[in-house]
Design a protein around this ligand. Structure first.
Ligand code: FPP
Length: 243
């Protein structure tokens, strides 16, 4: 069975999960943190090499202050609690997004988690925090413009590869499979550049209710799909999975 090398996930439905229980939204996020662990365990068991989780979008800063504060506390606690165990299990942790928008405490914990786990190779865990796909593309464009302005690059040399090497996660293969829980069928400004040829999979399951059986269904579905990358079926079958 073909296993995705890189899985990208939008963890949606925490708020609705809590509302159904007549509990505050933050309780849903706490339950969501447990599902994060389940998802990491699943990737380790199945030999998926990279997992990218959308934890907080650039737009999420606009949520009520109380919810943003609760999420920040949850991130801090998770960083304190989980990093040692992740390291023990060979997980390399990285954060993508506008790090400078977080407080000093969280930024320090992010940096220390990255430094501590930098040598690990079993699973590349990428947490998208204050991340936006359009911002990512704009940052790549800025980097290209800077390289041109400073004479390191000719405008004619700006091609897909030049762009691809300047967006987030440039060192990893792009996601093979994207999963979104919570029933909505959209990308919500997640990895826009990187998802160009990714297989998309949606489930009504709310993120806190995620279980291994649901993830296994996504993988089964993925294994049955014919990925053509714009080619004919025959051509695609002759290809090794391209980037
Ligand atoms: C979307 O659900 C979820 C979020 C904005 C936050 C995701 C955070 C976690 C899963 C918690 C911990 C994460 C880490 C990495 C430790 P929503 O609030 O939009 O749900 P709704 O659509 O039902 O309102």
């Amino acid at each position: 069975m073909t296993i995705p090398r890189h899985l990208a996930v939008i963890m949606d439905g925490n708020g609705r999960w809590a509302a159904r229980r007549r509990r505050p939204r933050v309780i849903g996020h706490r339950a969501g943190a447990r599902a994060v662990n389940l998802c990491i365990d699943f990737c380790l068991e199945r030999g998926i090499a990279a997992l990218t989780l959308f934890a907080f979008s650039s737009e999420n800063w606009g949520r009520p202050e109380e919810e943003v504060g609760a999420l920040m506390k949850l991130f801090l606690n998770a960083l304190d609690r989980e990093v040692v165990e992740l390291h023990r299990r060979g997980v390399r942790v990285r954060f993508i997004g506008e790090r400078e928008r977080f407080g000093a405490q969280i930024r320090e914990r992010m940096e220390s988690a990255e430094a501590q786990t930098a040598g690990n190779t079993r699973l590349a865990l990428n947490i998208a925090a204050s991340y936006g796909g359009r911002q990512d593309i704009a940052a790549a464009a800025r980097a290209l413009a800077r390289d041109v302005a400073e004479g390191r690059l000719e405008p004619e040399d700006i091609d897909e590869a030049a762009f691809a090497s300047r967006v987030a996660l440039a060192d990893l293969p792009p996601p093979d499979l994207f999963i979104r829980t919570g029933g909505d069928m959209r990308i919500s400004n997640f990895l826009l550049w990187q998802l160009a040829y990714t297989e998309l999979w949606f489930t009504d399951t709310l993120w806190p209710e995620l279980d291994a059986a649901t993830l296994a269904r996504a993988l089964d579905d993925f294994a049955g799909r014919e990925r053509r990358f714009g080619l004919t079926g025959e051509q695609a079958a002759a290809l090794e999975t391209p980037a």
